[in-house]
Design a protein around this ligand. Structure first.
Ligand SMILES: [Fe+2]
Ligand SMILES: [Fe+2]
Length: 327
């Protein structure tokens, strides 16, 4: 496979200097970027490779290294930029422009409008949660679910931390409150990523599986979250994305909890899921009232918030459809 030739494991294990030296010749760099761009074609293997590569690159930027990494490489930056632009173009292709431009200008009406369009989306009360996890899933199915969910849940605190950079006032305070909840309100044993890690351990999910067994759709979900939190010019997209994620979470976690208790799975998971039913309802209402609404008077912000909300809805819809058909 062409992918393996270019992006064999050593590609991301060189130092920045080594990587930049290897592609110092413009023709060779152009060839590399063409290979990256070729991953944007409509093909499941290419899509997987594209999202896998981006997730490995984001790993370099979001995890503490154990040795040399190409984090500062200009070649890596060029590759990343190509992957991100192609990911954005693909995701924008799923947007319903007519629906987005019909958002009300009045900030008072914007939040009710956004909630109503979310309610009409296929992810709202998706059968994967409402039927499958709730009533049918086996312990093995829950194992798969937890594995795929790790692309966001296992690092949610870092996503919030990067999202808050550059904000102030009520927005920073909302993120701070959310972050402190993630930190278990100061109790190390109640830190959400720690609780999630215990679920990972219960299922005996290895680091190797977390790295190698995520679906393309799960990788995309994680990549979108990192991308919008990492770049200040996608901040409003992050606002819309987080609004949808927090607003949908309590109902989803209720279904998970129901299935979890049905199977008699361990208490740690119950704690994690029950916790979020209450907390995320609180996060969503605070976020809508104190962040989304005040920003929604500005046309560009409103559009970007809606765009981010739909990136989340549409990518989540494809993820859930996929995990349900492969269940
Ligand atoms: Fe959480
Ligand atoms: Fe939350």
């Amino acid at each position: 496979m062409e992918f393996a030739k270019w992006f064999g494991i050593t590609f991301l294990e060189r130092s920045a200097e080594e990587l930049d030296a290897a592609f110092a010749e413009p023709a060779r760099l152009a060839e590399l970027l063409d290979a990256v761009a070729a991953l944007a074609k409509d093909d499941p293997d290419a899509f997987f490779a594209q999202q896998y590569l981006l997730s490995r690159i984001y790993g370099i930027h979001t995890q503490l290294p154990s040795g040399d990494t190409p984090e500062n490489s200009t070649v890596l930056h060029a590759v990343t930029r190509r992957l991100e632009q192609d990911t954005i173009v693909a995701e924008d292709g799923y947007l319903d422009e007519e629906l987005i431009s019909s958002s009300p200008e009045d900030p008072e009406q914007f939040v009710p409008w956004l909630k109503s369009v979310v309610r009409q989306h296929t992810v709202f009360k998706h059968p994967y949660y409402h039927q499958f996890l709730r009533n049918e899933a086996t312990e093995e199915d829950f194992r798969k679910f937890v594995l795929q969910e790790s692309s966001v849940d296992a690092r949610f605190d870092d996503l919030l931390a990067t999202m808050q950079v550059g904000t102030d006032g009520a927005t920073k305070m909302e993120i701070a409150n959310n972050f402190w909840d993630e930190m278990g309100n100061g109790d190390p044993a109640q830190v959400h990523t720690v609780l999630f890690q215990r679920i990972i351990e219960h299922f005996g999910i290895t680091d190797e599986e977390l790295k190698e067994n995520l679906s393309a759709e799960a990788l995309l979900g994680g990549n979108l979250a990192v991308m919008i939190c990492r770049y200040r010019n996608l901040f409003y997209e992050a606002v819309g994305h987080l609004a949808v994620a927090e607003w949908l979470a309590p109902d989803r976690f209720s279904q998970v909890l129901h299935g979890w208790e049905r199977l008699g799975l361990p208490d740690d998971g119950i704690t994690y899921h029950r916790l979020h039913i209450g907390i995320d309802a609180h996060h969503a209402s605070g976020w809508f009232a104190n962040v989304v609404k005040p920003m929604a008077g500005d046309a560009a912000a409103r559009r970007a918030i809606t765009r981010g909300a739909f990136w989340r809805l549409n990518s989540s819809g494809r993820y859930l459809d996929r995990i349900l058909t492969h269940a």
